[in-house]
Structure formats: structure tokens, C-alpha cells
Design a binder for this molecule. Structure first.
Ligand SMILES: *Cc1c(COP(=O)(O)O)cnc(C)c1O
Length: 426
């Protein structure tokens, strides 16, 4: 990113349309693209020339979004896909084979814990969950079959922050990539690649689009990992039978992971983003910087207000002086720690459920990162499939309420919490 963040957020990947001059990125609502002739078609299919073939692989609207996100994250390339969970599979797919594992943080989005602890086992992959604040535990968990470390920059739902440079150093020493889910921070608050991450994944569903209209995901590649340094990553370093023995790393250099994501990942797994969704996300990203500033300001004020209220037992926000993560937050996330955190209400499970029902401005939904404020009781919803131990490890115990603080007037949000707390603890 050579220009400033907001300039990049508005301009990257989006010159005026060469065909029509349209200033906004058009929605290229097309499945296929006319080949110039048979040679052109053959060159595209052989990956000898870059172009558009079929929208399961590439689409110009989606490509504009990919360029914009790659620029914002400081990556070499990006591949958009149908959801944040799709992005996680798309990121792991080139790295993994049956029998391989990843080392994953214990503090993750509930759906990710389920995907990693249950679903990926059907592929013969597995995950070992470790507290990433304990470097020796991370080192001990890595074995010969480990192919990546996975964490969230700011983690859902607790809003804890990860010391990415410390974890990246462990990944480097082991010769494996660090994958960072940057959904909650967005590149406005955190640029994991600058801190040593190899790959960044996002649920675009959340802050990046920012208004609860899109389900989407992206994998960003730093372009910095040497896939040929060991024999651990044959999908990228060894001849690929599906492309006449082409070696992705040798052929595409720092774009190997990105090309593989499109030419193998999207082609064969089919978890494609649609051009309409890409358009909404492009619109959303234009205001990402402004929105994240306001999310952070509002969340800090709400968290401070809650912390001083006797009806509240505990608030987790890493921006609070009382947080054990405050020092890490100040060092690595100087612009703020986002809009998401949890608190424990006096009166436990029952009071938590009552509070969620009594709130009027905060919508009770299973989403986050919306312009409007949202609330959820994680233990009975997003983290329901987890054991109580897993819930507590993820910061989503039975008495915990999660807020996604929006960009409304903060006085109105506090007034709503005040009246709902009164009803819940009466
Ligand atoms: C929502 C979320 C996901 C999953 O994204 P979807 O777009 O819902 O598939 C992954 N990670 C985090 C941190 C999330 O908040």
C-alpha cells in the first residue's frame, strides 16, 4: 500500500471501466467470456495467459475486490470466495493432505472451532487447540505433520488480541505458514502480513461489507513464503497432474498460492463469490476506515460505562485498562481493538437471556460487524455446539453476553443498555 488507507480503500482495483467509462465497478453479471480464438482459449486453460474463462474461477467484479483487499492487507494476491468458512478451507486446502494437522488457537469463532474439531476430520485433517499466549505450548504442539498455525488477530467473541509477531516467529522457526483470521480487526486496525503472517483470511460478511447484506470470504497471500524450501507443500512445489505437471511455485513465484486458489481451489471446490456480493463489499470497503474508527470509539465508551455499572460483573474489551491484553493491544493495535466484546451480567444465564430480550436498539442476531448494534448470547447460539469447557476457553461461558457495537450515537446505545439491564436484573 503506497497511498494512505482510505485512498486505497476507495481506489485500489477500481479504475474507470475500460469498456464504458463507468466510474463505479460494474457488476459483471455473466457466467462466461468470449474467447478471441481457439489459441486464446487454449492459453487461458493452460494458465499461460491470465484472463477470464468462467465465473466459477474469475469474474471482473470479483477481481476488482480481490485487488482492493490485497492492497489493503499488503498481500501479493487475494482470492475471494463464498463465505468466511469457505476461505478457511480454501486457505488450508493447498497445505494439507490426509494425516496432516494444524495448530489452532483456543480463542476462535465458535463455527471455526466446530469446523476444525469436527468437519475437517472427514478430509483426514485435524487440529490441535493451544493457548497461543503460551509460546512453549505452541512449539510443543507442532510435529512433523503440522502444516500451519491458525489464529484470529482480535478474537471472537472475547475481543482478545493475539501477539502475531510472537506466533509468526514460532511458525517461521518450524517452516510452516501462519494463517490469521483478520475478520474482527480488518486491515484498518491490523495488517497481519506486516507482522509476519503468511496468509490472511476474512469473513467479508462482517466489517468489510459492514451492513449485513453479504456472505463472503477472502484468502490473502503475503507472497513471502518459500513453498519449495521443504517437501512439506507438494501441492505448490511439486508437479501438478491436473495441469500437465506444472509446478505452481516455480511457475508463478509469489503468486503461486493465489493462482492455486483459483485454478485448483475455486475450480474444483466451487466455493465462488458472486459478482453482486463483490459489488456490495466494494461499496462497503469505501467507508471501512471511517466505520472502524467509530466502532472503536463507541465500543470503548460502552465498555467503560458497563464496567462501572454494579449490575455488570466483568467486561472483556482489550481496550480497557483492566484487560490483561491492554499492553498487547497498545503495542500492536494502536488504532483500537474493534467493536466486539463480551460482558458478564450479574444474575448469570437467566439475566443474560432476559437482557437480550429487553434490548430495543441492539438487534438479537447471529452476526457481527454491522453498522447497527447487535447482541447475542453466545452459549445458547453460536457456541452451542461446543462443550462448556470449550465455551469457557473461547470466552463464551453461560453468563456471557456478546455485543457488536455499531456506529449509532453512543448515548442512545448506552440508554438502551441501561433500560435493559434494569429489566434483566429487577
Ligand atoms: C463470521 C466469522 C467467520 C465465518 O464467516 P462466514 O462468512 O459466516 O462463513 C469466521 N471467522 C470469524 C472471526 C467470524 O466472525
Amino acid at each position: 500500500m503506497i497511498q494512505g488507507f482510505d485512498t486505497t480503500a476507495i481506489h485500489a482495483g477500481a479504475a474507470a471501466d475500460p469498456a464504458t467509462g463507468a466510474r463505479q465497478v460494474p457488476i459483471y453479471q455473466t457466467t462466461a467470456y468470449a474467447f478471441r480464438d481457439a489459441d486464446h482459449a487454449a492459453a487461458l486453460f493452460n494458465l499461460q495467459e491470465v484472463g477470464f474463462i468462467y465465473s466459477r474461477l474469475t469474474n471482473p467484479t470479483v477481481a476488482a475486490l480481490q485487488s482492493r483487499i490485497a492492497a489493503l492487507e499488503g498481500g501479493a494476491g487475494a482470492v475471494c470466495c463464498s463465505s468466511g468458512h469457505a476461505a478457511q478451507i480454501l486457505a488450508l486446502f493447498p497445505l494439507m493432505e490426509p494425516g496432516r494437522n494444524i495448530v489452532a488457537s483456543t480463542r476462535l469463532y465458535g463455527g471455526t472451532v466446530t469446523q476444525f474439531s469436527q468437519t475437517i476430520r472427514r478430509f483426514g485433517w485435524s487440529a490441535k487447540f493451544v493457548d497461543l499466549d503460551d509460546p512453549q505450548a505452541v512449539r510443543d504442539a507442532i510435529d512433523d505433520d503440522t502444516r500451519a498455525i491458525f489464529c484470529e488477530s482480535i478474537s471472537n467473541p472475547g475481543g482478545y488480541v493475539t501477539d502475531i509477531p510472537a506466533v509468526a516467529a514460532i511458525a517461521d522457526a518450524a517452516g510452516i505458514p501462519l494463517i490469521v483470521d483478520n475478520t474482527l480487526a480488518t486491515p484498518y486496525l491490523c495488517r497481519p502480513i506486516e507482522m509476519g503472517a503468511t496468509l490472511v483470511v476474512h469473513s467479508l460478511t462482517k466489517y468489510m461489507t459492514g451492513n449485513g447484506t453479504v456472505t463472503g470470504g477472502v484468502v490473502v497471500d503475503s507472497g513471502k513464503f518459500d513453498w519449495s524450501a521443504s517437501d512439506k507443500f507438494p501441492s505448490l512445489s511439486a508437479p501438478e497432474p491436473a495441469y500437465h505437471g506444472l509446478k505452481f511455485h516455480e511457475t508463478f513465484g509469489n503468486l503461486a498460492f493465489t493462482f492455486h486458489g483459483i485454478a485448483i481451489g475455486l475450480r474444483d471446490l466451487g466455493m465462488t463469490m458472486n459478482p453482486q456480493g463483490a459489488h456490495y463489499t466494494l461499496m462497503g470497503i469505501e467507508t471501512l476506515g471511517l466505520r472502524m474508527q467509530r466502532h472503536c470509539e463507541n465500543a470503548l465508551k460502552v465498555a467503560q460505562w458497563l464496567e462501572n455499572d454494579p449490575r455488570v460483573v466483568k467486561v472483556t474489551y482489550a481496550g480497557l485498562e483492566s484487560s490483561p491484553w491492554k499492553a498487547t493491544a497498545d503495542r500492536l493495535y494502536p488504532k483500537g481493538v474493534g467493536g466486539l466484546f463480551t460482558f458478564e451480567i450479574a444474575g448469570g444465564y437467566e439475566a443474560a437471556v432476559k437482557l437480550v430480550g429487553a434490548l430495543e436498539l441492539f438487534s438479537h442476531v447471529a452476526n457481527l460487524g454491522d453498522a447497527r448494534s447487535l447482541v447475542i448470547h453466545s452459549a445458547s447460539t453460536t457456541h452451542r455446539q461446543l462443550t462448556e469447557d470449550q465455551q469457557r476457553a473461547a470466552g463464551a461461558g453461560p453468563e456471557v453476553v456478546r455485543l457488536s457495537v455499531g456506529i449509532e450515537d453512543v448515548e442512545d446505545l448506552i440508554a438502551d443498555l441501561d433500560q435493559a439491564l434494569a429489566k434483566a436484573t429487577a
